[in-house]
Ligand binder design. Structure first.
Ligand code: ALA
Length: 370
């Protein structure tokens, strides 16, 4: 009897061990700007990734596969981005990498992942040209400036009726320069006269000379391509110099640090965005409830990072396996995935495809423009 009891216990333990060993952990790396000039984005991206990983693991979507996020700080620089990519690829052996936060960094890091055949999902790189062109392992969830800005400027022009624009942009960053190119073309296509153009660099904190020149030329709208730290200062200083008109910003403006740093000066700032936070789609409503339960008020960057994990999980589900090439093969099969960004698919060039929106700062908050 004792013997029988013991053997029963042994069988039960073996069965349990069998169940436990059938679980497979798939690591998802993330290179995010947790420090440096883009740190305001990275903190929110991390929130989105952790929420998605926990939710997917809880849901049982991937059966015996458990996702694990390995999050590293790219420090908003190319050098640190490269170091972090190498660690994620060679040491952590991740199945895919989300990030890096900045396009400027991605141009240096993504060729490394492409060479090592590790799939990358860009969740915030919005420089239109050159990112997914790096190779067939590079995929993108974030809409480019080219996918958002021309339509946003067109809708805004129809609403506000501006005829003359002044343009200010950062000339030392791949994203802010590319955003400027898109803005310039979009303004030309809309036959909006550009009264003047000025530049700044990332370390600059005083934009008064550029703004004074631009505002003296009497534009109807101020159009700005900047990352968040510069964006907040530009908005605050433009208002201080007496500018009461509309300010239109590119993707870098999509962060609550704008209202936190610029305060009431941010009222009336319009931003083209990839996320319609007011969408009543089931996936968005569920996402907002999930983030609320976690005590997080998400922004566009958090949401895109969340969707980055969703897309990787869907790719693993469609492939049935979590290896690097399984994830890559799965991406090509993702079609109309319900996400908080809308139904998500990849275009043939591996860029993302879903509807954009426009938001305006009102009462200290981003509100979707109807
Ligand atoms: N959208 C910004 C970039 O691409 C953060 O660098």
């Amino acid at each position: 009897m004792r013997f029988l009891g013991r053997s029963f216990l042994a069988v039960a333990l073996a069965a349990l061990a069998g169940t436990a060993s059938a679980k497979q952990t798939v690591k998802i790396g993330a290179a995010l700007s947790m420090t440096g000039p883009a740190a305001a984005y990275g903190a929110n991206q991390k929130n989105g990734i952790l929420a998605a990983v926990e939710e997917i693991n809880k849901s049982g979507l991937l059966k015996d596969i458990v996702l694990e996020a390995v999050i590293e700080d790219d420090a908003s620089t190319k050098e640190q981005g490269i170091a972090v990519f190498q660690k994620l690829i060679n040491r952590d052996r991740v199945a895919a990498i989300i990030g890096p936060t900045l396009s400027n960094t991605a141009f240096a890091t993504d060729p490394i992942a492409q060479g090592a055949k590790v799939p990358v999902v860009a969740v915030s790189n919005t420089a239109p040209k050159g990112i997914t062109d790096i190779g067939d392992y590079i995929w993108r969830v974030s809409l480019t400036e080219g996918q958002v800005i021309p339509g946003a400027l067109k809708s805004l022009e129809a609403k506000l009726g501006f005829k003359k624009a002044a343009v200010l942009y950062g000339n030392d960053d791949a994203f802010t320069k590319a955003g400027y190119d898109v803005m310039k073309q979009a303004l030309a296509d809309l036959k909006i006269q550009v009264t003047g153009e000025q530049t700044f660099a990332k370390p600059d904190r005083d934009y008064s000379s550029q703004l004074t020149t631009l505002l003296a030329q009497k534009p109807d709208v101020l159009v700005v391509s900047a990352l968040i730290e510069n964006a907040s200062g530009i908005v605050e200083q433009a208002r201080r110099l007496g500018w009461k008109g509309p300010i239109f910003g590119g993707n870098g403006f999509n962060n609550p640090a704008l209202m936190k740093n610029a305060g009431p000066a941010a009222e009336g700032v319009y931003v083209g965005t990839a996320w319609n936070r007011a969408s009543t789609d089931e996936a968005n409503v569920k996402y907002l409830a999930l983030m609320k339960a976690r005590g997080i008020d998400p922004d566009q960057f958090a949401t895109q990072a969340y969707v980055g994990v969703q897309v990787i999980a869907e790719a693993i589900k469609l492939s049935g396996k979590g290896g690097r090439d399984d994830v890559k093969a799965g991406f090509a099969k993702v079609k109309g995935l319900p996400t908080p960004l809308g139904k998500f698919s990849f275009l043939p060039n591996r860029d993302g495809d879903h509807p954009p929106a426009i938001q305006v700062v009102k009462d200290g908050k981003f509100q979707i423009m109807q």
